[in-house]
Design a protein around this ligand. Sequence first.
Ligand SMILES: Cc1ncc(C[n+]2csc(CCOP(=O)(O)OP(=O)(O)O)c2C)c(N)n1
Length: 282
Amino acid sequence: MDKKELARYLELAKELRLKIVDVMTWSGGAHIGGSLSIVEILVMLYFKYLNIDPRNPKWEDRDRFVLSKGHAAAGFIPALAMKGYFPEDELQSFNHFKSPFAMHPDTNKVIGCDASAGSLGHGLPMALGMGLGARYQKKGFKTVCLMGDGECCEGSVWEAAMAISNFKLTNVIPIVDRNHFMIDGDTEDVMALEPFADKWKAFGFEVLQINGNDIAQVDDALSRAWKMTVPTMILADTVKGKGVDFMEGNVKWHYAAADSELCQKSKDSIMKEYEEAVRCLQ
Ligand SMILES: Cc1ncc(C[n+]2csc(CCOP(=O)(O)OP(=O)(O)O)c2C)c(N)n1
């Protein structure tokens, strides 16, 4: 990826982070930590890889995206707005009475959302069904499923993984946001996942292990996964709360509300990190 392209994605990631902080403020509270950790993945999917058309959201041949860690709707729904599925100013209603946008995404209400989620562990089974459906209908679309690492405590994740491997599905791409924390602590203290990559390998996957907050690495992994001829998953090492210095790696920010002062402080931190990243590019 050349510098110009990287600069564009860095800017989109910065914009998305600023919107996530706005949503946290307007909504009265949001799952901020796990929304900020997936920003680079969402940007690369929505602005480079997914073959989608915001003017035709139900297009049969579109690639599908399942946000299995549905609590990160505060990251996902602003990404849909930035892509043009609905006007960005509608985000101000997030989590308000009668708004289509709630703490978890609803496919019947959010334009561009392919699957409702919120109850963890259900996204990969749905993605498996979409992948089998595509094969049955002889369609070429991909289904990407983004899960949390804490979410992988759910047995249904592994049942779906076993089936994807069994059916040799290469049109379903699981991604795990390995931000090392779940709701109440470090994954290794609450329910150890390691050796995590080996578990996925034992289930028959080729594992692409990357820094999921590094745009170039996310780009490389997605481009490889898109072309793979064996079941492949992306294990994306990320930082919970990424971009807001006082939230980074601190489980206290799994869910939070913000007043205008906290909103501004968060945005200042995002801008500082972004300007530093741009300086490093030059
Ligand atoms: C089946 C189910 N159990 C519990 C919850 C409550 N819950 C919401 S977020 C969360 C933590 C999930 O951890 P992880 O997947 O690592 O999310 P992240 O750290 O990326 O936000 C839990 C337990 C839920 N949404 N669904």
